[in-house]
Design a protein around this ligand. Structure first.
Ligand code: ZN
Length: 122
């Protein structure tokens, strides 16, 4: 089932096709397009990046290369890594690294928690 933000938003009039939620199977799926949860996460990251100049403990760090964007967001434990190509609505990478643990593919609940904490700062 799609995330609640995708369900609430539905298909915006200016979209040529239906959004593809990244959390249909609970954990992030790279086969996505304009998932409303990930769009909100990206918007929050970009707002925070503009408001809080680097270096700043807890600040997001965004790198750009050949239309690819890679963002590192410090969490209370570890880092969220998110990557996308241009602004076409697809998120290619989403994972959490924490110490020497293997990278974790976040589920919807974890991603929503990150958004909640981000929005308390934007
Ligand atoms: Zn979604």
């Amino acid at each position: 089932m799609a995330c609640k933000r995708c369900i609430e938003k539905g298909k915006p009039e200016n979209y040529g096709s239906d959004p593809e939620c990244a959390f249909e199977s609970e954990r992030f799926d790279k086969d996505n397009w304009n998932c409303a949860t990930l769009n909100e996460l990206r918007e929050d990251i970009e707002i925070l990046n503009e408001k809080q100049p680097y270096p700043y403990y807890g600040a997001v760090s965004i790198l750009y290369s050949n239309d690819n964007t890679l963002c590192t967001l410090p969490l209370e434990e570890g880092f969220l890594i998110i990557g996308w190509y241009k602004q076409r609505g697809k998120v290619d990478n989403l994972f959490i690294i924490n110490g020497d643990e293997s990278p974790l593919i976040p589920d919807l609940k974890t991603t929503e928690l990150v958004i909640e904490r981000l929005e308390s700062r934007v």
